[in-house]
Design a protein around this ligand. Structure first.
Ligand code: ZN
Length: 411
């Protein structure tokens, strides 16, 4: 048996959820196709939503040379590839799951349950909830990225509920809103019948854009309502939660958002790098087919409503990283232990000596060409090429043309 290398190229797996971009418009598909030696081809009638390149059993990454799954390789070489720190803390899997998403229409309004709820759900229904882990996640924009995430200030939501059709969701005596008020409002709207939803939407259309903007709602509010109605149904209650209660963001390339466990979010459009704790659990409250909606009480009770779900705290700025010797490396550090996400932007002709981390690294090149050197090997770097780098491995990257790489790391 030959011993496994500390640096090797991976192939990823692209999936086809109907919210993905079509055919060649999908960056996820474009990047997936560039991995040499795979038979992945882009069909212009098909939707391509996500490129996964972790060790999760769904859509697994494989060693490009041998075809072996990354999960198998990690299990049989855990100390060498993951390092003792990662093994001790997270077992013989990657602690994180990286993806590229290409989003053409809204994903479900969703939360990813905390560890204790995930464990219960997994035990009860292992088919739907396929692991017992939590799933905090970060998303970095590669193009203009629109999303709803977290809650607007309560003082910005409450005036809207003076509209007659919305007032019914408030308790009689309530004047000031608190966390419980918002939770009850969400529960009430998600349980409302179709006629009620239609009445609210009719009332909303009668508001002037000027008045709505005065309350801090985006100038695109009416356009967003129309767009979401056309993507799902006019009577999808999740639409009203997003529009009335959530922050709307437009991120430019390089800007990032952190979604904590139980944090509400709904991605609308754009190409992004996403990285999360190794889990695939989701509860959905709407903006999906009716059959896919989860129990409203469970969804509403689980929602996180605190300072971590306020707009300012969701944005995650990139900071200069100590990893790169030449200053081409930035880091997104979410407040969790499972991973940091690194962004390397190198001009042509430059070298960057990077990391020697105590845990594993998975990196993907987004643009440019060059080479990566480590463990006595030199591998070509091109768009869509994905690499695994073992714990405690010195790595050098050389850019032949301007190069952009994202890497999930455990430090
Ligand atoms: Zn999510």
């Amino acid at each position: 048996m030959t011993s496994v290398s500390r640096l090797f190229q991976l192939s990823g797996t692209c999936n086809n959820y109907p919210w993905g971009k079509r055919g060649h418009q999908s960056l996820a598909a474009q990047l997936c196709k560039k991995t040499p030696g795979t038979d992945f081809a882009i069909n212009d009638d098909e939707y391509y939503s996500e490129l996964w390149f972790g060790d999760y059993p769904d859509f697994p990454a494989r060693d490009l040379e041998t075809g072996q799954t990354l999960a198998e390789l990690l299990k049989s070489n855990e100390e060498k590839l993951l390092g003792s720190y990662a093994v001790e803390k997270f077992g013989n899997n990657l602690p994180f799951l990286p993806k590229i998403l290409s989003i053409a229409k809204a994903l479900p309004l969703q939360i990813h349950p905390n560890k204790s709820l995930a464990a219960k759900l997994h035990e009860k229904d292992p088919e739907k909830f396929s692991d017992s882990n939590h799933k905090p996640e970060i998303a970095v924009a590669l193009s203009r990225f629109e999303l709803f995430a977290g809650w607007r200030e309560l003082s910005q939501i409450s005036p809207m509920f003076n509209i007659p059709s919305l007032r019914r969701f408030l308790p009689e005596e309530s004047n000031t809103w608190n966390e419980k008020t918002l939770r009850n409002v969400v529960r009430g709207i998600l349980k409302a019948d179709e006629q009620t939803i239609q009445n609210i939407e009719k009332d909303l259309r009668q508001q002037s854009l000027e008045d709505i903007q005065k309350l801090g709602y985006p100038s695109s509010t009416f356009e967003l309502i129309q767009r979401l109605q056309s993507q799902y149904s006019a009577t999808d209650p999740g639409l009203l939660i997003a529009i009335l209660c959530m922050n709307f963001f437009v991120l430019e390339p390089g800007e990032a958002i952190f979604i904590p466990t139980d944090g509400v979010h709904c991605y609308l459009s754009g190409d992004i790098v996403e990285c999360m704790a190794r889990s695939n659990n989701m509860l959905s409250g709407g903006l999906c087919p009716v059959a896919d909606r989860d129990n409203v009480d469970l969804f509403s009770e689980t929602l996180k409503i605190d300072s971590s779900t306020q707009a300012d705290n969701l944005k995650l700025p990139a900071k200069p990283s100590k990893d790169g010797a030449s200053g081409y490396t930035m880091v997104y550090q979410p407040p969790i232990g499972e991973f940091d996400l690194i962004r390397i932007d190198m001009p042509a002709g430059k070298d960057e000596l990077i990391w020697n981390h105590k845990g594993p690294t998975v990196a993907i090149a987004i643009s440019g060409e060059g080479v990566v050197l480590g463990d006595g090997k030199e591998l070509a770097v091109k768009p869509g090429f994905i690499f695994f780098i073992a714990a405690a491995t010195n790595t050098m990257i050389r850019a032949d043309t301007a190069l952009q790489i994202f890497a999930a790391v455990l430090r």
